[in-house]
Design a protein around this ligand. Sequence first.
Ligand code: SF4
Length: 327
Amino acid sequence: MAPKSNGTMMQVQNLKKHFPIKGGILSRTVGLVRAVDDISFEIRQGETLGLVGESGCGKSTTGKVLMRLLEPTSGEAQFSGDSIFQLKGKQLYDYRKKVQMIYQDPFSSLQPRATVEDMLGEILKYHGLARTRQEVRERVIELMEMVGLSDFHIGRYPHEFSGGQRQRIGIARALSLDPEMIICDEPVSALDVSIQSQIINLLKRLQKKLNLTYLFIAHDLSVVKHISDRIGVMYLGKLVELTGEEELFYNPLHPYTRSLLEAVPIPDPERTRVKAVIKGDVPSASKPPPGCVFHTRCPEKFDRCPQEKPQFHQVKDDHYVYCHLYE
Ligand code: SF4
């Protein structure tokens, strides 16, 4: 179980999100997709926690549950001490101002028939952060400058921007309510590599300037490395490893993490990694393997692995692993 520290902003305990599979003429529940299956972690004030894993591992579902866009199946999550899943009315409204989200596809998340000024102005007016046209304009220009765009961009429509510029507008929208934390759901996956680094650098600058906390979700470990202080690796709904960015890259413990790292070059010829080749496809989240969910692909599995579920446990200071090898 992830530890508590004084600077904890969000604490997640035993979170599960299962989706029912309906079948038959009566549309009864005939199975469950275990998208997120009993994960625990904390997000510390001012840090970036990266969440990484292959498509379908449950990382984006985790982000949506924490945003209250999806209701959890079970588990607990607290933000600044308040139970997120119990929030209603004004408390939920306030939470949604403090915790914002940036989406993968900036185009589909922006209103196509509204200029940037109208779109951001609507949000500002709705939340009482600007009243007059002049106040709206000043705040929208300020937001544009914060994300590296110019004042003349405020009269343009989403289709008049490049993909990178649209993501900057998505970031401006997230910043418009002065959030404390942003859940970044694959924010650079749809962008060219050169633009990806610009957006990552922008997010880092904004974090420093505005004292923001990020949950940064991505499938590409090299992208996550550039922004994260700590990284959690997910596989088939489970958090299989969680530790500091440097520790994860130079001392990965879980066989799945090691296999993901095979694809990431190390800029230091003195350092090598243990080869861990994984074969086969990711099993269905509706029929996860018994015991350790990774045993069907693990090059280091042994007798105990298909029989018994590992515990997510602390191996050393700030390093947590879901694997029998370290028990
Ligand atoms: Fe591999 Fe066994 Fe560890 Fe699972 S518990 S990752 S199968 S060694």
